[in-house]
Design a protein around this ligand. Structure first.
Ligand SMILES: [Zn+2]
Ligand SMILES: [Zn+2]
Ligand SMILES: [Zn+2]
Length: 452
């Protein structure tokens, strides 16, 4: 027994506990969450008229006198089980805004809807995969003596892809400040699209809200060069939102023109800094606005929803563009498992974070995400349903929702989190089993469809 790794010995100890079956039930209920939250307390359900106790639940009888609940982390590197659930919710949330469902009418399928991709501008040439990297007929070097071109053919996963040709020429300051203002740039973009739509049909811009409503859901994705770009579903409704038809002038073409024009034009100016000056930040030249087919039942909408959902589970770490946890000291940057390029971005973030004029940007707090502090998924209020509503629906299916004519008293307190090494091993096994049975379920469903 002593020769076994600590986690195995711990797992055996757990399995010998008389309350192990109940504990395993709890772990299964969390889907094999890797960092469950431990709660202690009770819930009592009473009949509101007679005062009779209908149901009473208390953690006193539970293993360790506690109940384990999901951590709900969206990142696959932190909790595979919860990140899968979160990706599923995101998929349904984005899909409902495209196809209807979850209290959104299916008529939204016929609204003007675009799948928009906005990129960061160039901060200096980086190595590229695919075709020849950066061929240059007459060679030449930069002021640092490094070649201005690269004739190599890099594999997509080559370490050099996304790294600058010359780190000294690369504008790290602009890259970090662009990240820090990306959400503001998006807000300006949305305002400008509304303004353009209004003026293109001769409306006073302040009247736009009386005629139409622009809704969106967007995700941020780190590219190889560690710059964020944005994918968004943009939809035009009537003034009341999803339940309301857009005005006759509201076409996908008009929306697409406005998106392109606004993406080219909007600017955010950084606050003046004696060290940096004032930068005018804008989107990259690469703008894509693809109309989604009005049929709605094509593979397009599902594919878009799945694509968007995939990105919310990725932290900066999976794409190699940062770490999952905040960095609290310069030394953390030096030891972070990242490329030289990302490390320089982190150092730049940390240094700029010291300037009083950039204080509102909280650059040190967001060093691990390279200055970007937006949520991974952002949506406008009227886009579709919410994560909270999806969770409530799930609880209802499981019969956890409260019945009418009953009152529920809850007394809960946080008593800890996480797993012991052996518990972590068992939970990971549970998570894998659940993922595998879901995969098999999906396959069986697919085959069923194929036979029809
Ligand atoms: Zn979890
Ligand atoms: Zn190259
Ligand atoms: Zn150079």
């Amino acid at each position: 027994m002593r020769q076994l790794p600590e986690a195995d010995r711990d797992a055996i100890r757990l399995a010998q506990d008389p309350k192990f079956p109940r504990w395993l039930e709890q772990i299964t209920a969390t889907g094999g969450c890797a960092h469950p939250v431990h709660l202690s307390g009770s819930t009592t359900t009473l009949d509101s008229t007679t005062g009779e106790i209908i149901r009473h639940y208390d953690t006193r009888d539970e293993p360790g006198e506690r109940l384990l609940v999901r951590c709900r982390n969206r990142r696959a590197t932190i909790c595979p089980a919860c990140s899968r659930l979160h990706a599923g919710d995101t998929y349904h949330l984005v899909r409902a805004g495209l196809l209807g469902g979850k209290n959104i009418p299916i008529t939204i399928r016929n609204r003007p809807r675009l799948f928009v991709t906005l990129t960061a501008p160039s901060f200096g040439p980086v190595h590229r995969a695919g075709d020849r990297c950066r061929p240059r007929r007459n060679g030449g070097t930069c002021e640092h003596g490094r070649p201005l071109g690269c004739g190599a053919l890099h594999a997509p996963d080559a370490a050099v892809v996304g790294q600058p040709l010359c780190p000294s020429c690369y504008d790290y300051t602009a890259h970090v400040l662009w990240h820090a203002h990306a959400s503001k740039l998006w807000d300006r973009f949305v305002i400008d699209v509304r303004r353009r739509l209004a003026s293109s049909v001769g409306l006073v811009q302040s009247r736009f809200a009386r005629h139409a409503r622009l809704s969106f859901a967007r995700v941020a994705e780190y590219q190889k060069r560690a710059a964020v770009h944005v994918h968004a579903v943009v939809r035009l409704d009537g003034p009341a939102g999803p339940d309301d038809e857009p005005p006759a002038w509201g076409s996908a073409d008009l929306l697409s023109d406005a998106v392109h024009a606004s993406a080219r034009r909007v600017l955010v100016h950084t606050l003046y800094s004696s060290a940096v000056g004032e930068l005018a930040l804008h989107w990259g030249a690469q703008v894509d606005a693809r109309p989604l087919s009005a049929q709605g039942d094509g593979p397009d909408d599902d594919a878009v929803a799945a694509y968007v959902a995939k990105y919310v589970t990725k932290g900066a770490s999976e794409t190699g563009a940062g770490t999952d946890h905040p960095l609290t000291a310069w030394e953390d940057i030096e030891s972070a498992p990242v490329s030289g390029h990302v490390r320089t971005l982190m150092r730049t973030c940390w240094r700029l974070g010291e300037l009083p004029e950039y204080e509102p940007l909280h650059l040190r707090t967001w060093t691990h995400t390279l200055g970007y502090r937006g949520h991974i998924l952002t949506k406008s209020r009227a886009y579709s349903t919410t994560y909270a509503a999806l969770r409530a629906e799930r609880a209802h299916h499981k019969g956890h929702a409260d019945m009418p004519d009953m009152v529920t008293e809850r007394h809960w307190r946080y008593v800890g989190s996480g797993h012991t090494p052996g518990a972590a091993l068992i939970a990971a096994g549970v998570a894998d089993d659940l993922a595998e049975s879901r995969r098999l379920g999906r396959e069986a469903k697919q085959q069923g469809k194929g036979r029809r």
